[in-house]
Write a protein that binds this ligand. Structure first.
Ligand code: IMP
Length: 200
């Protein structure tokens, strides 16, 4: 079994990555390493932030490190919240506050209910010993729901309806989200590199 560190303290991301990659890999995150301090996401893109996080953690820990930078991009808001998805509303805002703000912004932007195109993006950076081995992207397109629905998932899952479905990510079972999500697509792109790096 190959051990991987995910450079996050977001247990939802860690769980999803573990489920997507499967039992061939044993994934742990930064909760196992309290001595590693929070990293500021100072980059101007998902790619830069994922790369910064992967390099920083892989300088401190041996072995393979994956960093996930992800977010929701809404067409009618010019791509917002994008890389600011985690900090939308305010730095410590709850998911409900972020969703409320987003819904208000959509009304302010005059986005009609049938013209709320959006996509989730996930960029994964793979690193070892401070060197980036690869950067992988996954995108899932969809639309924003009229109102939050569903108990599952995290973040903006209650308002995102992926194309081909009538339910939000938070209404769909985890297995469905983890088959079609931005994170699932990025993990699939990453997995060949991961297997090659694991045998080095
Ligand atoms: P970061 O990658 O740590 O900057 O934060 C990503 C933020 O984007 C999360 O805190 C969520 O608000 C949002 N996000 C990313 N992926 C998902 C997802 O799969 N579902 C719902 N929200 C997500």
């Amino acid at each position: 079994m190959q051990h991987l560190i995910v450079a996050t303290r977001n247990a939802h991301k860690t769980r999803e990555i573990q489920q997507i990659l499967g039992s061939e890999f044993a994934v742990c995150d930064l909760c196992a390493y309290p001595e590693i301090s929070e990293m500021t996401e100072s980059g101007g893109s998902f790619e830069e932030n994922a790369t910064l996080k992967a390099i920083a953690v892989s300088r401190k820990r041996p072995g393979l490190v994956i960093a996930d930078d992800s977010g929701l991009e809404i067409e009618a808001l010019g791509g917002a919240p994008g890389i600011y998805s985690a900090r939308y509303a305010s730095t410590n805002s709850t998911n409900i506050e972020k969703i409320d703000k987003l819904m208000e912004e959509l009304v302010r932007a005059g986005a009609k209910k049938d013209a709320r195109r959006a996509r989730f993006r996930c960029v994964l950076a793979l690193a070892r010993n401070g060197q980036v081995l690869g950067v992988f992207e996954g995108i899932v397109a969809g639309r924003i729901a009229d109102r939050p629905r569903g108990p599952h998932g995290f973040g903006y899952d209650p308002i995102f309806i992926p194309d081909g479905f009538e339910k939000t990510f938070a209404e769909l079972p985890a297995e469905v989200k983890n088959n079609i999500s931005h994170r699932a697509r990025a993990c699939r792109a990453l997995s060949a590199e991961l297997r090659a790096a694991a045998t080095d």
